[in-house]
Design a protein. Structure first.
Length: 167
């Protein structure tokens, strides 16, 4: 068995020699076959072997390509989101909502005042205010919206106006 298997494999990989003949019939029609036609002059054609296929890339390459693809996609998505945000703010379609652009850095007093001014401006521009919670967003009435704007203006005046806090 140990001898037979290698012999079978050796014969399997030997390329088969194929002959191809070209001949023309009485009507002038050209034919191709693996045997010469009896009584007709035929010509043997050399058969070219197909080129070997290139070796597949190693398994590490696909992982690296996948990582590169993900990084490019994230960069493209971030760039698209930033462009959309900038366009929306510059077009004036939607007022800038500072609450949607938070980070975990502590804010300086100037940044707090700027954010409060932006929130007041946002609250005045939008026709309806809604506050999100764990159960979803809750819309406030017009009277409540006006009270919120008034309260924000008072707090802003205390913190950032003439009654600005001292360190």
């Amino acid at each position: 068995m140990k001898i037979i298997l290698p012999l079978i494999l050796a014969f399997a990989v030997i390329p088969a020699h194929a002959q191809l003949f070209k001949w023309t019939d009485a009507d002038g029609k050209v034919h191709y076959s693996d045997r010469p036609q009896d009584g007709v002059k035929s010509k043997e054609i050399a058969v070219q072997r197909a080129a070997a296929k290139p070796a597949k890339a190693s398994s590490d390459d696909w992982q690296q390509r996948e990582l590169d693809s993900r990084e490019r996609r994230l960069k493209r998505e971030n760039a698209n989101q930033e462009a959309a945000d900038t366009a929306a703010r510059s077009d004036g379609k939607t007022p800038y909502n500072p609450s949607q652009h938070r980070n975990n850095k502590p804010m300086t007093d100037d940044e707090v005042c700027k954010r409060d001014a932006q929130q007041i401006e946002f609250s005045e521009k939008v026709p309806k205010l809604a506050f999100g919670g764990s159960s979803g967003s809750v819309a406030v009435s017009e009277e409540e919206r006006q009270a919120i704007v008034r309260q924000r203006k008072e707090n802003h005046a205390l913190l950032c106006g003439s009654g600005q806090r001292t360190h």
